[in-house]
Structures are given as C-alpha cells and as structure tokens.
Design a protein. Sequence first.
Length: 145
Amino acid sequence: MTKKSTISPVNFSVRRFNKHVLNPLMLRLAGRKHWYTSTIEHTGRRSGTTYRTPIVAHPVSGGYLTPLPYGVDTDWLRNTLAAGEAVITNGGKRSTVINPRLIDAAEAATVLPARRLRAFRRLGIGRFVRFDLGPAAGKAAGNAH
C-alpha cells in the first residue's frame, strides 16, 4: 500500500527545490548570530547519518518552537521524532533539544508573540513542533525569549 502525499504538486516542487538548491545555500548562514534561520542536526532513521537542515526555530520558555510549512512529512521532522532529540543552533548557540511534539496553531499561540503567529497564519502554517531544552542546554538557550 502506497502512502499518498497530502502536498500539492506546486508545494512538492517548491519543497524539492528548497531541499536540493536553497537549503545547501542557506546552511552557510543558518544558525549564525543575527541570521533568521537556525539549523537542526538530526540522525537518519535508517542510515544513522547526521544531517543538518535549515529551519526557523523560535526560542520559547524552556525550548524552541518550529513552524512546519511543508507539513509533518519532512525527513528532518520524522528523524527527530524517531530519535526523540536533536541539536538546534540558533543565534550562534548550540542547544540539545528533546521531547519533540507536534502542536497546532492554538497551542503555539500560547507561547508565540502575536506578530509572529499572524505571519505564520498568513503563510497557511497551522502545525508546529515544540522542543524542550535538553539537560546540557539549560544555560545555552535558557535565556531565550
């Protein structure tokens, strides 16, 4: 039985372009201080290979919140959910994150600034993943706001 994708052909094309063209370029700046994207390091479910993917990771109390513009079927998300942990680099600081869990826009609204939430809604983003800081990351991103 084949799993049917819920992504439109246009979104699939954009997603494919981003994965193979834009993401490698973004990785040169992602995670650096004063840059809007972060990186997430995750381990492949089958290969065990470590990958780095550019994401938007918004610091929230006790962790990070990441919008899911391509839905829940991305490799980095599936790898992170399977492993239960990852490393996010945001603003030049590396943080181990644990306990990834999918949340909806209503739950995200309780921790995101209204301006940021409006931007995500305008882009049609209704799903997010929330991460808790790992034990070693408490000081690295604990002051995040």
